[in-house]
Design a protein. Structure first.
Length: 73
């Protein structure tokens, strides 16, 4: 997955997710029960696929992030 933010409150994380979803992003989720609340997107089959998604996000949103393994649930 791609982590695009880590925020101090769930409310802030939910607002970011809502805004990104409104702009067409899918597969968004908030991970963590306590701060920081990590916003991640996608469950990619390969690291390369996740890197491409991150590059597209950086270009479109002028944001940053990094590829990270999906935590076990």
């Amino acid at each position: 997955s791609v982590q695009i933010a880590a925020l101090p409150t769930r409310r802030e994380a939910e607002a970011v997710v809502k805004g990104l979803a409104a702009r067409g992003y899918v597969g968004l989720r908030i991970d963590g029960e306590t701060p920081p609340f990590r916003i991640r997107m996608g469950r990619y089959a390969t690291r390369e696929e996740a890197q491409r998604a991150l590059a597209a996000y950086r270009t479109k949103e002028k944001g940053d992030g990094f590829v990270t393994p999906v935590p076990a649930r």
